[in-house]
Design a protein around this ligand. Sequence first.
Ligand code: NAD
Ligand code: MLT
Length: 528
Amino acid sequence: MTFNILIADSLNDEGIKPLREASDIHIVEQTNLSRDQLQDIIPSFQALIVRSQTHVTREVIEKATNLKIIGRAGVGVDNIDVAAATEKGIIVVNAPNGNTNSAAEHTMAMLMALSRKIPQAYHALKNKQWDRKRYIGVEVKNKTLGIIGLGRIGTEVAYRASGQRMNILAYDPYLTKEKAAKMGIEYGSLEDVLRKSDFITVHIPLLNETKHLLNRNAFKKMKAGVQIINCARGGIIDEDALFDAIKNKTVAGAALDVFEEEPFLNHRLLELPEVIATPHLGASTIEAQENVAIDVSQDILRFINGELVRNPVNLPSLDKERIRKVEPYFSLAEKLGEFLIYLTDETVEDVSIEYAGNMIKNEVSPISRKIIKGMLARHLGTHVNEINALYLADKRGIHIHERKTSTKKGFSNLITVEMKTKSATRSVSGTLLDGLGPRIVSVDQYSVDVDPQGHIIVIHHTDQPGVIGKMGSLLAKHHVNIATMQVDRLDIGGDAIMLLKVDKHVEKDVLRELVTLEEIHHVRAIDL
Ligand code: NAD
Ligand code: MLT
């Protein structure tokens, strides 16, 4: 089957070579699409690749009936409705590392241009004005650079600005005093950064909490004459408040690469001589564009080949080594979820997943997603996947608990899934046997040994002589052949369980006939 990819923003050609060279991939490059045009054509595509220009809204995602993956050739995903994609089970990947260097270099270029008024002086000279007095700048050496957000780019800026002998004062909720000391920078609160800095640069994502982080109130706290740089995202700075802060001389200058509305062409900020600006060029280098296009193309290829992607935005990101350790449990996990859900017709309220044995050293959340996917798939079919499984469970009011125990349970690894409904608690445990693959080793309190695939009948009965014979004859009458059989009981003559592997799907009327046998209380047919 051909995998259709829409590239909706211009991408580096060399970077998308891996996709062009792959077989069964059809690429359509159509940039500058209007909202309506994008919504019209999106149903034909399995993958969509964008930079920051195209807005992948909930409306687009709702129309995208075949879309499986959205690739963002860059870091910020604020132009993609990630929640809507997650709900629809569409994976979103980005390219978080490819443009870090370029964005940091652009920030430094803006810092130097701002402090020395280079764009203004250049503009004047081009207009045949030789004015050396008007364009007197300030040195950055020994000045305090306040960095808000010390992630990938913020950190690179800190190292570069230290090279300019600036004092670095940084605020990031994940920065500790110890880490700051190790980096040779000063750790501060947001308040410290606002009050003490000569230059302030922001390197944070645009989120609800960071929208207008630099607002009127924040400008009021700043030193008179502070200079501001934003090479992160428009919207982090309240542009009207910045305008007023420049007018009232709190802010001596601002260097802006990003804006609340892009393209940013007619704003009054652009008319102020204190403002220098570039049209969202932070990542616009040959190197960064090639890097991000390669990263996103490779993740889309991994996805098409059924491999785990490297840079998921709406899935926990695990490195190759950590994934390698848990991947063998995926099939077992999904089968345990599928098996368990067949044991009830009631609404599931609570699912507890317990991991025991050697596997507890690993990151188990991807295994839990597989279990929940398996459980929900019975009613939701192919619509559920690893991406939306937790969201869909939460929407249905199912509480999920995950725990690890160091208690040895007789297996080198053991996964137990317990499900609570209004009237019962049911459980299933499974293990991965070396060289033999997945096995179900207990159902409720009974021990069994069943390969979780094919057609399985689960029978709860009373342990009495002759019951197995009666059940066998009844199945034979309906041409149901038993391949393997497991029986366990609590006490002699007490409650017991039978797990039969049979060669075909067992119809409901056969199951109904089975429960007419007086020793049989409950029957389920499971197709794995
Ligand atoms: P990152 O995720 O590595 O770092 C972001 C940091 O911000 C994190 O350390 C996080 O803890 C911190 N943070 C979050 N909320 C905060 C808050 N309220 N106060 C202080 N810190 C906070 O991201 P990155 O790769 O460094 O990118 C940073 C920003 O730069 C993003 O918005 C990205 O979209 C943007 N960007 C812009 C360009 C451009 O072309 N101008 C290029 C690349 C990246
Ligand atoms: C990003 O978030 O990566 C930047 O905005 C770069 C871009 O896509 O232009």
